[in-house]
Design a protein around this ligand. Sequence first.
Ligand code: MG
Length: 357
Amino acid sequence: MKERRILLVELHDRDGLSVWSECVAEAKTGYSSETIDTAWVALTDSIVPASIGQSFEKPNDAHTHFEKRFHDHPMARASVEMGLWALEALRSDRSLASLLASECADTASPKALVETGIALGMQSTPADLASRCQAAVREGYRRIKIKIEPGRDLEYVAAARRAVPSHIALTVDANCSYSLGSDDATLEALDKFHLSMIEQPLGRDAMVDHATLQSRLATPICLDESITGRERVDEMIERQSAQIVNLKPGRVGGFTESIAIHDRCLRARAPLWCGGMLESGVGRAYNVALASLPGFTLPGDLSPSSRYWDQDITTEPWTMDESGNVRVPLDRPGIGVDVNESLIDDLTVRHAQFSAR
Ligand code: MG
């Protein structure tokens, strides 16, 4: 991807506090049926008019309010719901990470550093992929994930395996592209590469087929697209469809649902990590806060700003140290980063404003 359209939301409360949040929908359907444009319509026609001037005791109440009315627009409603969590953090003068930690079932302290992995897109040859993997190893990433699809799999995985030393986790993400029955030989052959996980090999609704596949594989399966809410995690654990969860807060409608999923995974001892949607530095702040919770036991897709952007829209770019860690801004109330408003103004192509009377 060479260009990324971003939908930002700025929320103001009546006391004059304000926060920025981000809707993580992409420009085109594929990963999700939501897009920037469906989210724009859902937000401007429905979600924002239904929330403006409303009084919510807690951000969780906003989740309940939105979930019933706008169920099919989780990324759109998450941009408002997560902004409300950030606003609540500001109002109570604490970091977003501390607020989220205080909402977990078992009282928790947020981590000060979160481990970072990199996701590498499809490359034109196995040799190209191997050199991208070697560069990621040199940069200090704690986990390297490569994309696979039918016809571009075993040769690529073999090349990546040779390039990534065994102390760094190597994983593959199939984004729902395989089918049980027709692709069994390929999927079973992945076991020999000692991957840390195979992410979303089958379709998003294939909970039974994933269970069948998991029973045949030594490699843990991780679900991403399938995890649309806490009930899907219950089903995954119950059926043993997979062992690991990739949680993207936008995909599940925000932080209320994310914390519920975090608590379930901790209880079931299911490893959890925070996925990415090629966010700007604003969306990154929300993911870093979430990934600081104790149940996030695996490195997340939390690459520094320089991985994606010529210039990020936050005044300070997100950075990663040489050990592959991102620092959680626990010392600052709210999301912990400032936005470059003049850069946002220069980049803005569409704008709508709503006010309570
Ligand atoms: Mg994925």
